[in-house]
Design a protein around this ligand. Sequence first.
Ligand code: SAM
Ligand code: SF4
Length: 334
Amino acid sequence: MARLDDANLPPLLDRFGRLHTYVRVSVTDRCNFRCVYCLPEEGATLSPRAELLQYEEIVRVVRVMAAMGLRRVRLTGGEPTVRRDLEQLVAGLSRLDGIDEITLTTNAHRFAAQAAALRAAGLHRVNISLDSLDAARFGQITRGGELGAVLAGIDAAVAAGLLPVKINMVVMGGVNDDEVVPMTRWALERAPAVQLRFIEYMPFDQRRHVGVSAAELRRRLVDAFGPLEPDGERHGGGPATHARIGPLVVGFISPITEHFCASCNRLRLLSDGHLRTCLAHEDTPSLRDLVRGGASDGELAATILGIVRGKPAGHLAELEGGTAFEGIMTRIGG
Ligand code: SAM
Ligand code: SF4
C-alpha cells in the first residue's frame, strides 16, 4: 500500500472526476421494524456486535475522510436510534474539523424521547420514513410499527428545530400508492417545517414490489394540485429533484428511472466497516481490520482513496426485473 503523508491527504476524487464530500454511515444493522421493502419477515442475519464499528472507530474514519474533503455525514442503518447513546457519536462527529453537517435518517419510532438530546449534541436535520397515514396499513408495511409513535417523533423533530424535517415515502404500486395525494396534503399542512420526498422502490433480493416512477408521481400530483412549480434550489445536496406545491417542497428520488450516478458524490460506510462507493456494488473491503490493526491516518487514507478510485461509473438496475441490488439494506444504510 502506498504511504501518504498523514498531514497532507489528497481529495476523495474518483476516475470520473467525482469529488466525494458526503458519507452515509450505517451505525447498526439492527432495526425495530421489518419494513416489507427492506427486510424479510424473519429479519436478516445480524453481524456479531464485535464486528460492528465502535463509535470511536467511526469518528476516526470520518476524521480521515474530512481531511480529504468530506463535509457531510448522514447516520442511517438499520435503525440508528436503537444503538445506545447515539448522541455520543453525534457529539464526536460534530467536533471534527471540516464537517459542516450531520443528519440522521430514522423511522422515528423512538425519536420523540431522543430529539432534544440529539439536537443538543450537534445533529442538524432529520429524515423520517413514513409510508402510510393509515395506522393498520402502517403496521402492515413496517410489520409492527405504531403510527402514533412515529407522528409524535415527527412533532418532536419539528419542536427541536431539526428543520426542515424531510419525510421519506417509498411508493409501491397496490400497497400505498393511493396515499400519494393524501400524504402530500398532510405534508402541505405542516410546510415549510416539513418537506416530502417520494422514494422510488428499489428491488433487493427477494423483496419484490412494483415501483412507481417519478414521472407517474408527478402526473398524479398535477392532477390533484395543478401544475407543479419548478424548484431549482438545492435542498441538502442529495440526488433528489424538487418541485413546489405552495409552501411545500416535494422531492423525487429516482435511483432507477432517473439515474443520478454521473453526479454521485456519496460514500457508504457500512455497519461492519466495509466502505461502499455505490449502493449497488458489493465489491469493497472493510476498513475495520485496518483501524483495529493500528494503521496510520496516511495508510487509512491510501486505502480509502484506492476504493474511491475503483468506483464504477454507474449501476444497471432497471425499474422492474432489472439487476436486484446486492446485499441487505439495513447493513448498507439506505
Ligand atoms: N431505519 C431508518 C429509516 O427507515 O428511515 C434508516 C434506514 S432505511 C434502510 C433508509 C431509507 O431506505 C428509508 O427511507 C427507507 O424507506 C429506504 N429503503 C429501504 N428499503 C428500500 C427499498 N427497497 N427501496 C427504496 N427505499 C428503501
Ligand atoms: Fe428498518 Fe428502516 Fe429498513 Fe424499515 S426501512 S426495516 S425502519 S431499516
